[in-house]
Design a protein around this ligand. Structure first.
Ligand code: PAF
Length: 285
């Protein structure tokens, strides 16, 4: 039976007991309201580690002042059921005060891979992500940590942080999980009205279109972005934040789709900002 704990001490005590038995530990950091995307990360962690901790914490530090911190969906009971059924061993669900006590003033910040894409439109976001993920790594001390490829820039940022700060943790990226009609799974999909839910399909449709264009031989990044943007603009409820072609590791803008390339987009559907992407590697799309 899965255990839910709310304090750093309880989490450390559980992990220390496992370590005494020589067990390996995986961490799946989440903000809760878990769906099949998170479940695929937990499944992978369960397959690769003896014990799995899921952190379930809506991190205030990564939300801008006008963003959706208050309305971000929460359901610890459903999360607990999903984690239990998927084979995780511990949920760490702290209150914000447990993570950020009075006087908190230390941050993990990054230049480079945070400069483009979501870092441009959400200027304090990655400082919040890096700080909380660093804290979670220090609290749990996992052998491996699992992140979704849907947040491709976040994955690149965390990999860079671990490398730069010599954290002895293997970062495992896991594929995007989609609804049967193509929409990438996201906790924020719950914000969409039925009409917006239909309109949101423009993201995955544009991803599939982009993949097809690259498969057919298009390598000019400018042209690819132009065609993808044109396609998104056919949807009246969509407003483009960005469509960019970047290097998959350092998130610098690229002119050509060659080598490890990330084609990423953020699009508002009504008030809801959704992201999606695809990757082109040397092996193809
Ligand atoms: O991807 C998320 O859900 C969050 O950014 C993370 C990694 C759990 C940090 O709060």
């Amino acid at each position: 039976m899965i255990k839910v704990v709310h304090t750093i001490k309880e989490t450390r005590d559980a992990v220390n007991a496992w370590r005494k038995e020589g067990l390996t530990v995986g961490l799946v950091p989440t903000m809760g309201f878990l769906h099949e995307g998170h479940q695929s990360l937990i499944k992978r962690a369960v397959a690769e580690c003896d014990r799995v901790v899921v952190s379930d914490f809506v991190n205030p530090m990564q939300f801008g002042p006008t963003e959706d911190l208050e309305s971000y969906p929460r359901d610890l009971q459903a999360d607990t059921k999903l984690c239990d059924e998927t084979g995780a061993h511990l949920i760490f669900n702290p209150e914000p005060e447990e993570m950020y006590d009075k006087g908190f003033c230390s941050f993990v910040d990054m230049t480079g891979p945070t400069a483009e894409l979501c870092g441009k439109s959400r200027p304090i976001h990655f400082r919040g992500v890096c700080t909380v993920v660093c804290k979670l790594f220090n609290i749990v001390g996992p052998d491996r940590a699992y992140f979704g490829q849907k947040d491709a820039q976040q994955l690149a940022v965390i990999k860079r942080m671990v490398k730069d700060l010599n954290m002895p943790i293997e970062i495992v990226g896991c594929p995007i999980i989609r609804e049967s009609d193509g929409l990438a799974k996201s906790s924020r999909n719950t914000y969409l009205s039925p009409e917006e839910r239909k309109a949101a399909l423009i993201l995955s449709k544009t991803v599939f279109m982009g993949e097809k264009l690259v498969r057919e031989g298009l390598t000019d990044a400018k042209k690819l972005v132009e065609l993808m943007k044109k396609n998104i603009e056919t949807e009246p409820l969509a407003r483009i934040d960005y469509v960019e072609v970047v290097d998959m590791d350092d998130i610098s803008i690229k002119d050509t789709v060659t080598g490890d390339t990330l084609i990423a987009m953020a699009v508002y559907i009504g008030k809801t900002r959704l992201i999606d992407n695809f990757i082109v590697s040397d092996k193809g799309v």
